[in-house]
Each structure stands twice: as C-alpha cells, then as structure tokens.
Design a protein around this ligand. Structure first.
Ligand code: ZN
Length: 448
C-alpha cells in the first residue's frame, strides 16, 4: 500500500498545524490550526468574517491547496486537542471536505464553539466523538486509534493510523505526565505495544516545540505544588491578588480555584475565553466548579464583577483573568491600563501562571503589560508554570518506545528542529533517508 504524508502547515512555525496521511486511496487529515500571531499583528482584524484564501495569504491558516495533489478521498479530519493552532482553521477549511470531524469530547466541544462563531462559511461536517483507547475503521484496510496523552489542555490524544505497512503515529502535542491533575496519565504502555506489534511503527511525526531544551518536562503536579507554595505565601496579605493563566488550561484553572478557597478568597473567572473554556469543561463533566464559582465573559458582566469586588473588598477575592501573554485587549492588560474598576495598589500581587511564548510580538506585549502593572505598585510572580511539550529526554524516550522507521519533525521552524535532528542522528537516523526535515507544502512518499 502506498503511504504518503503531506506536511501542509506548522512545519515552518509553531502555529497553523495541518498534516495529511494518504494510505492507499484513503486520506486522514490531522489538525487544521490557526497561527494567531499572524492575525494579532494587524489591528482589529476579525477572522470570523474572512475568506479562507485571504487568511492563507496572511499565513494565518494552512495552505491546503496541496491536497489536490493527493490521489484519494479524505475520510476523517482529526484535531488532536483544543488549542487554536490545532483547531482554529476548521471553520475555514473543513467544509471543503466530505468527511466527519473526529475528536475527543472536550476537543469536539471547542470545535463546536469555533463553528458556531464562524460567519463566512457554513460548516456542516458530521461531528464524531471518540475517546482515547477507541478505534474507527478508515476504508477497508486502515484503522484509526486514539492514544491518551498529556498536554496543557485536557482531552489531548495522539492519533495512530494502523496501515498494512505499519503504524503512522502523529505525535502532536504532548508531554509525558504520570500525574496530570485532571485525567489519565500518558498511555506509554499502549505506545510500547504499538512499537512492538505487527509491522511496528512506519512513521512518527514529532512535536518539536521544546526540542532544543535539555532534560525532562515536569508534570502538571509540579506546577500545582509551586502554585500552592506561591499562594500560601500570600495567605496573610490583606490586599489584592490577581492570577492569570491560559484559559484552555483547565487543570491549572482548577488548581487556582482550589488554592484561592484554601487561603480564604472567592475565585472569579473573568474574560471571554475563561468563560468559554471552563464552561466547555463543565459541560462535558471534566470538572465541577460548583455553582458558586462566578464566570463572566461579557464586558458588562465583567464590569459588574469588578465593581462587586471593590465594594466587598479585594482581600476577599481572587480574580482569575485573561492576559497572560500581555494581549492588548485582554483583561489583565486592561487592569494594568486602569481601564477597569479594579484598583491596583502598592504591594498587590499578580501571579502569571504561564510562561512567555518565545515570539517577539508576545515578548514585547508581555513586557509592556508587566511594566503597566508595576507602575501601579504590583508585585509580579512570573513563570509559575511548566510547559506542555516534551523536551529532549522525552523525545529520546518516545524514540526508544516506538522505534519508528521514519521520522518527521514538526511544530517548529528550521532552527527549532535542530535539537531534534541532532538527537535523531545520534540514534542512527539520517537526514534525507529516514529523517525527513521538511517545510510547509511538501509531500513525502514513505512507501512507494
Ligand atoms: Zn497544544
């Protein structure tokens, strides 16, 4: 059976991920993501009403016109998890394919939100829920399986395409977490079996986000205990404490909510995306934040919540807000600019439970936001966080576990691939032979 892989997006950047695997006449598409930084750099662009081709020209969504070169039918569109760089282009591209969107319950809930917000295209692909550990037939000879992995969002899976030539494992995005706070640990046992059974692993596509970092990415439970330590140190403070994190990082939001209560404060989620993601997590039953947790997304209800906090005393609350990267329109940035009713005073504490995404626009905006907060006297606790992506020892362990015949580094640019290429070469892989360093818009014929 011919096996061909199209590296459509996310092979020159972290963002707009999209990869297609053709096995004989059947094609499965993994991820359809958005590169948000290409959107945010323009003032006031609303992507909801924009045409796909304009977004492709901006470099914001994958250029899927290369799909015309693949001879086969798309049988499934499979987003691996709910981050925008993996699902953000579904509402712009999926309607062109006569295929269901297959995803885990949390991811599917977020995809529904994307489709509902879309104004230009009507996306009516079937939405099929599939849990980790389950399989689905693709045509007559191929099977799709979801393996449970751990990442900085719940419901992450690695899809595996079992073909007569061996398994194609799509490894985006993950870290190896054996104590992930919410959900099951990464299913290394299943990966070990896949590496040993049948024809073994034909090809592995790897998440190279942190490939240039040595050592091992710690578990979410490490971030949780660090956060606990930081918040307990503030227990006696009788002024304002504000926290920010990735709205999609439900495990972290859960920890913030719990520790707020531990130190006698009422947590309140503020900002549109906080309400969206935590609401989705509650709907699928991943968390139960109980009825007394306030979540406010719309501007007016957020304003009212801030007024209530000021009236009842900031020492009684922990606002958990958007704006961890200093995004100009996010809640924390607005607080820094003094645009909300919340009054920051000398000695008030701001916890960034997030790293800075290493990208110049982000770095500049985050710097500005911190400066604005400092100018009002805020004390900054930054980087109370662990990454959701494997570092080198995790990559080594995955190679050892899967023993793939072919490797394709993804989710980075050429510079970002370099650490992975060195590691793979040290394990006997050869560039141009079985180690395929590539860019957007290429096809790689693995089996002729
Ligand atoms: Zn991700």
């Amino acid at each position: 059976m011919e096996i061909e892989i199209a590296t459509i997006g996310g092979y020159e950047e972290v963002g707009r991920q999209m990869t297609a695997v053709r096995a004989g006449d059947d094609i499965v598409v993994f991820d359809m993501g958005l590169n948000l930084s290409k959107v945010l750099i323009h003032d006031n662009i609303e992507t909801e009403g924009m045409h796909s081709l304009d977004l492709i020209d901006m470099g914001a969504i994958p250029d899927d016109r290369i799909m015309n070169d693949l001879e086969g039918d798309v049988q499934a569109i499979v987003p691996t998890h709910g981050h925008l760089d993996h699902i953000g282009a579904i509402s712009k591209l999926a309607h062109r394919y006569d295929a269901p969107i297959v995803a885990s319950p949390f991811t599917l809930e977020l995809v529904k939100g994307q489709i509902e917000g879309e104004q230009k295209f009507g996306v009516d692909n079937d939405l099929v829920e599939m849990e980790a550990g389950e399989t689905m037939d693709i045509g007559d000879d191929v099977e799709l399986e979801f393996v449970n992995v751990t990442h900085s969002v719940i419901g992450a899976i690695n899809p595996v395409l079992h073909t007569p030539e061996g398994a194609v494992v799509y490894g985006l995005d993950k870290r190896m977490d054996h104590d992930p706070v919410i959900g099951d640990p990464i299913d290394m046992e299943r990966f070990r079996e896949i590496g040993r059974e049948g024809e073994g692993v034909l090809c592995y596509v790897e998440d190279c986000t942190n490939a240039n970092r040595k050592g091992r990415t710690p578990s979410e439970s490490v971030a949780r205990s660090e956060l606990k330590d930081v918040m307990q140190s503030m227990e006696d403070y009788d002024g304002g404490i504000v926290a920010t994190t990735f709205a999609s990082h439900i495990a972290r939001v859960k920890s913030l909510v719990e520790f707020a209560r531990d130190i006698g404060r009422e947590p309140i989620l503020l900002g549109r995306s906080m309400e969206q993601y935590s609401g989705a997590a509650e709907r699928i039953g991943a968390v139960s934040f109980t009825n007394d947790l306030g979540m406010f997304g719309h501007r007016k209800s957020v304003d009212r919540a801030f007024e209530r906090i000021m009236n009842e005393g900031k020492e009684n609350f922990l606002p958990i807000v958007t704006g961890h990267q200093g995004e100009p329109r996010a809640m924390l940035t607005r607080m820094g600019r003094g645009e909300t009713a919340y009054d920051l005073e000398e000695g008030d504490k701001v916890i960034f439970s997030a790293g800075i995404i290493p990208e110049p626009t982000n770095e500049g905006q985050r710097y500005q936001s911190e400066q604005l907060l400092r100018m009002q006297g805020a004390r900054i606790y930054d980087d109370v966080h662990v990454s959701g992506h494997l570092r080198q020892e995790g990559h080594y362990q995955m190679l050892d576990t899967l023993q793939p015949d072919h490797l394709i580094p993804a989710h980075q640019n050429m510079e970002g691939f370099s650490g992975y290429v060195s590691l793979a070469e040290s394990q006997g892989y050869e560039v141009g032979h079985d180690l395929h360093v590539t860019s957007n818009g290429n096809t790689i014929q693995i089996v002729e």
